[in-house]
Design a protein around this ligand. Structure first.
Ligand SMILES: [Zn+2]
Ligand SMILES: [Zn+2]
Length: 142
C-alpha cells in the first residue's frame, strides 16, 4: 500500500449518523469492485471495500439486514440507506465494509480491482494494481 497502514480501532458511520461503529482490528485487504451489483448498491461508478474477519465486525445488529440469496447478505442503515456491510458465501468468514463509511478511508488503499471486466468504459483509474476478471476470491481470501 502506498499510504500508511492504519493502526488502532477503525471508526465509521453512515451518512445520517444513526449508526456509528468501531472495528478493533486491521482490515485483511481492501479492493475495488466494478460489478454491477456493487454499482447499484452504492450508486457509485465503482465500489471499494475493506475486508475484515467476520468476528471483528460487531455492529451488524444495529443495521438493517437484507438477505438477497443464500450467497449474498447485506446490511444498511434503516434511516438513510448507507451500505454498511456485505457477506458472500464464497468468502464465508469475511465481512466487506464499504471504504466510504470508514473515517480512515484515506489510509486504506485498495490493492486489487475485482470484476475489472465490468468496469464502466469511461472510468479510468490510473494505478498499476492487478485487474482481476470475476470476483477475485482467491486474492481476497488468501
Ligand atoms: Zn444512516
Ligand atoms: Zn461487486
Amino acid at each position: 500500500m502506498a499510504s500508511k497502514p492504519h493502526t488502532g480501532p477503525l471508526t465509521g458511520r453512515c451518512y445520517c449518523g444513526a449508526i456509528g461503529f468501531e472495528i478493533d482490528a486491521a482490515p485483511q485487504t481492501a479492493a475495488y469492485c466494478h460489478c454491477t451489483d456493487c454499482r447499484r448498491l452504492t450508486g457509485a461508478p465503482v465500489a471499494a471495500f475493506a475486508a475484515f474477519a467476520a468476528a471483528d465486525v460487531t455492529y451488524l445488529d444495529a443495521a438493517t439486514h437484507l438477505k438477497m440469496s443464500d450467497d449474498v447478505e447485506r446490511w444498511h442503515c434503516g434511516r438513510c440507506g448507507s451500505a454498511l456491510a456485505s457477506w458472500f458465501s464464497y468468502l464465508p468468514d469475511q465481512i466487506y465494509v464499504p471504504l466510504g463509511v470508514l473515517d480512515a478511508a484515506g489510509s486504506l488503499a485498495p490493492t486489487v480491482h475485482c470484476h475489472a471486466d465490468s468496469a464502466l468504459p469511461w472510468l479510468h483509474i490510473a494505478d498499476d494494481l492487478p485487474r482481476v476478471m470475476g470476483s477475485a476470491r482467491e486474492v481476497l481470501h488468501s
